[in-house]
Ligand binder design. Structure first.
Ligand code: ADP
Ligand code: MG
Length: 342
């Protein structure tokens, strides 16, 4: 067979396979873009579990008229320009793939206004050649991304979408994870016109507790141990349920590395090891943990959807986490387990 260069659209659809698994992955990418744009408020509207519509409006810096089309093309990013940048990424995005990927498998409308511009502009990407149409629009400073008919042109992907309820559940989970990554962010989530979540911004401990209770349940916050330790330039802070209380909260397992939500193997391993034999065999720990370290110590360019990271000093990071948690659990007051107290 002859070797051919893939048409741009097909190449984007292949890349989309890695980034856009389901509606929730679109929501994650859009929220990350808003956070990178400095937004303090985001409003998300979902219709039919995201299959029909995903709309996100933010109050970030916006995209200027002459960069709208560029934002939609592949490998176009304002966040990284040199290898050095790539080695110490502070932004959530850096691959310049999300919008191009999404627009290759859905109909996408991008409306934005920067502070310098007097009017807003809208770009629409649809059709085979990814031709972008520009027109004037009405919008306050910030950006609205509208993604409709996800996977309309990729039937194989569309078949993998689950029920509206399941897909919305995944979206809700992404929003909860984000809500815990940024206490200073106002978030509203609506489904089919109905408001499902509203998280209000607030940095005070009492406001943090309130959000934590909203996301993880009041039982978690009532029993959780608060921790905050620093060593070797690593900082670990957050909340950890003592073993007796952990059993009732199997779903509360949130980990963040430098503000980025993660399901990291090394982190999870260190946590499991710290709980060790304190946990009954069939139960899981419950925790919300934030690891902070120099950006140069972490490689975030490991996974297309950025779910994983690699630590340069993985042993040291692992042992640090283990020690902080084991020590916290050691000092935890003994709480009767759910069984023995009933
Ligand atoms: P990446 O986030 O990896 O840079 P994306 O495809 O997600 O790639 O976005 C491309 C570019 O579009 C970003 O680098 C940014 O400049 C711009 N952009 C996307 N979303 C927003 C937004 N909500 N506000 C401002 N700029 C945005
Ligand atoms: Mg992005």
């Amino acid at each position: 067979m002859a070797i051919k260069i893939l048409p741009a659209r097909l190449a984007n659809q292949i890349a989309a396979g890695e980034v856009v698994e389901r509606p929730a992955s679109v929501v994650k990418e859009l929220i990350e873009n808003s956070l990178d744009a400095g937004a303090t408020r985001i409003e998300i509207d979902i219709e039919k579990g995201g299959a029909k519509l995903i709309r996100l409006r933010d109050n970030g810096c916006g995209i200027s008229k002459d960069e709208l089309a560029l934002a939609l093309s592949r490998h176009a990013t304002s966040k990284v320009s040199t290898l050095e940048d790539l080695e110490q990424i502070m932004s959530l995005g850096f691959r310049g793939e999300a919008l191009a990927s999404i627009s290759s498998v859905a109909r996408l409308t991008l409306t934005s206004k920067t502070a310098e511009q007097s009017e807003a502009w809208q770009a629409m990407a649809e059709g085979r050649d990814m031709e972008v149409k520009l027109m004037p629009a009405s919008h306050p400073q910030g950006t609205t991304l509208e993604v409709s008919d996800l996977f309309f042109n990729t039937p194989a992907r569309r078949k993998f979408m689950r029920t509206e309820k399941t897909e919305f559940g995944h979206i809700d989970e992404v929003v909860r994870r984000i809500a815990l990554s940024r206490f200073d962010l106002d978030v509203i989530l609506r489904h089919n016109g109905k408001q499902i979540r509203q998280y209000r911004a607030g940095r005070l401990p009492s406001q943090q507790d309130k959000r934590l209770a909203a996301v993880c349940g009041p039982a978690f916050i009532n029993s959780a141990l608060r921790l905050d330790s620093e060593h070797h330039g690593f900082r670990l802070w957050g909340w950890l349920a003592p073993p007796g209380a952990a059993r009732a909260q199997p779903d509360v397992q949130y980990t963040y590395v430098n503000g980025r939500m993660m399901r990291d193997k090394l982190l999870n391993h260190a946590v499991r090891q710290a709980y060790g034999e304190r946990l009954p065999a069939d139960s899981h720990g419950a925790f919300v943990l934030y690891l902070e370290l120099d950006a140069k110590e972490v490689d975030v360019n490991v996974h297309p959807a950025k779910h994983e990271v690699r630590f340069h000093q993985s042993r040291l990071v692992h042992d640090f986490i283990y020690q902080v948690l084991a020590q916290a659990l050691e000092q935890a007051p003994l709480i009767p387990s759910a069984e023995s107290s009933s």
